[in-house]
Design a binder for this molecule. Structure first.
Ligand code: SF4
Length: 273
């Protein structure tokens, strides 16, 4: 947290941006009589127009994006504190790189590309680009964080305790994924399965991967498997008429060649990009 505002008490508004509700239950615990944060001068208000701080939970889904943006804009311009509660809000959490989370178009990546980090930082960056004043931001990770941790985070804001840790930026390039052991086809299958885990549920995942591996087998029969696979994937997407399925297939095609090339070159790791 930087630029700590001078507040004797703090009025907060609670906003869910796609959380599983785990964090919201803890927030309610903090605000109700058992933990009773009103004794520290922290008070829940019913409108963002009256709030010093926004308690945000959830990874910021695409659906929640515009609502969250308008909520922050509705807050008074000073001090507009954002309290990111839960790992999802801090960095995407279990929704990190998931299909439904918001990704900044300014990142220069194509619509279907990754990473989609998730978390409130993407929206804050958008708002700052638009010239809106936002911040300071307090990050309280945990899945969900315990009420004591939430109180500790907010207590830093009102100056009751000092902060002991510093913020660290996380980068995908630092996290290699070790390719599994075994026969080539199995290594590719397991790696693609891991990739699909971010996008779809268990049963659908099996079926989509099975269909994709059939296309790979078909493409391998041709003289130019890359071109043939691209054609087959396009046909598949057109026939199924489901953009989500087409998206998964396009992702699998790209990942297939990336993993295949890495294995052919004798590499043991790939990086999620
Ligand atoms: S951090 Fe955990 S509990 Fe909170 S919204 Fe995310 S998944 Fe749910």
């Amino acid at each position: 947290m930087s630029g700590k505002p001078k507040l004797r008490s703090i009025w907060v508004f609670h906003l869910n941006t796609g959380s599983c509700n785990g964090c919201d239950i803890e927030i309610i615990d903090v605000l109700t009589p058992f933990y009773d944060v009103e004794r520290f001068g922290i008070k829940l208000v019913g409108s963002p127009r009256h709030a010093h701080a926004l308690l945000v939970s959830g990874p910021l889904t695409r659906q929640a994006y515009y609502g969250a943006k308008e909520t922050i804009k509705a807050m008074p311009p000073e001090p507009r504190v954002i309290v990111a509660i839960g790992t999802c809000t801090c960095s995407g959490g279990i929704f990190y790189n998931g299909y439904p989370v918001y990704r900044r178009p300014e990142s220069g990546r194509e619509g279907s590309e990754y990473p989609r980090r998730g978390g409130i930082a993407e929206l804050i960056a958008d708002l700052r680009d638009e010239g809106e004043k936002v911040g300071p931001v307090i990050y309280i990770p945990g899945c969900p964080p315990r009420p004591e941790e939430i109180i500790y985070g907010i207590a830093q804001l009102v100056g009751l305790v000092e902060k002991k840790l510093s913020y660290q930026e996380y980068s995908d390039e630092l996290v290699p994924f070790k390719l599994p052991e075994g026969p080539l086809e199995e290594r590719i299958r397991l790696t693609l399965m891991e990739r699909l885990r971010h996008l779809v549920g268990y049963l659908d995942r099996e079926k989509i991967l099975e269909d994709f591996m059939e296309l790979v087998k078909e493409a391998e029969k041709s003289e130019n498997p890359r071109e043939e696979l691209a054609r087959l994937v396009k046909d598949y997407a057109a026939k199924c008429g489901d953009v989500r399925l087409g998206f998964c297939m396009a992702l699998l095609e790209r990942e297939y060649w990336r993993v295949r090339d890495a294995l052919d070159a004798g590499k043991e790791f790939v990086y999620w990009v």
